[in-house]
Write a protein that binds this ligand. Sequence first.
Ligand SMILES: NC(=O)c1ccc[n+]([C@@H]2O[C@H](COP(=O)([O-])OP(=O)(O)OC[C@H]3O[C@@H](n4cnc5c(N)ncnc54)[C@H](O)[C@@H]3O)[C@@H](O)[C@H]2O)c1
Length: 286
Amino acid sequence: MDINEKICVITGGASGIGLGLAKALISRGGQVVIADINEDGAAAAAEALGPQASAAALDVRRSDSFEALADHVYATFGRVDVMVNNAGVSGGRHLLETPEDEIDWVIDINLKGVWRGTSVFGKRMCDQSTPSVICNIGSENSLGFIAPGLGIYAASKHGVLAMCDVLRHELPAHVKVCVACPGLVTSDLSRSSAQTSPRPRLSEAELAMADQVMALGMAPEEAGEMIAKGIEREDFIIPIHPHVVKIAETRWQEIADSFAAHAPYTPDSEKYNVLKIVGKLLSGNN
Ligand SMILES: NC(=O)c1ccc[n+]([C@@H]2O[C@H](COP(=O)([O-])OP(=O)(O)OC[C@H]3O[C@@H](n4cnc5c(N)ncnc54)[C@H](O)[C@@H]3O)[C@@H](O)[C@H]2O)c1
């Protein structure tokens, strides 16, 4: 997709990766709506970005908030060409010690929030006759295991990838789906998450350590450039950090080794392929 003069919506665009992507889309001639729960941050970002940017309030935990945003954007611009579901939080606790309300908080924002944005905007994009792209922000944690303490976060980001993988086979051809899978990017994620977490999660010393780690990440502008290129190419998976291929290979090798040991493939194996079974039943050719 050529981004020039395209209408782009970015959830959680007030800071970090969303803001970096806003800059990349604007540099390509796009018109960007920054939608964030941090209304002051979104307004300040839009003002700094200039006339190709505007701000809107959004809480991704609420479908009616997405409907109000979509009403506003369609009333203002008449269409949406690129919808980026980027808003997210990072939960970080060992799984056995993770309280249920913290699980609900992470899943509600990172997984259901992406679904809400995809559903509310996706329906309207399907009704548009013009080509459009839904770009959802996953993580390196969508592709494999990264580190202890990230269990629920990884589950939410695996969920984003799984949801998008199905979605791309459900949508009409003019609506494309991308999943960006960044590794470490310098952003406000630890601190913005600590502010909205249902319970104090990290001590000030732990937050200071998280700040040090986050400061060593890729610049959000660089990550934003790479995501914008992926949207232009309409690629399904948009990798950002090259070392993540090793994480994905480790996952794949474990799967391949397990199949070789327990369930080696033969042509006869296709008799249990559910897609083929359903296809035959639907065509009456069984
Ligand atoms: N920074 C990283 O290392 C990294 C790596 C991989 C994936 N990600 C993902 O990138 C996305 C952006 O994160 P970031 O690192 O730029 O962090 P960030 O904190 O800078 O940006 C997140 C934005 O989401 C907004 N937000 C939070 N809850 C919201 C809600 N309920 N409704 C609307 N907006 C809300 C915040 O106000 C903030 O502006 C997240 O989905 C995150 O999981 C980040």
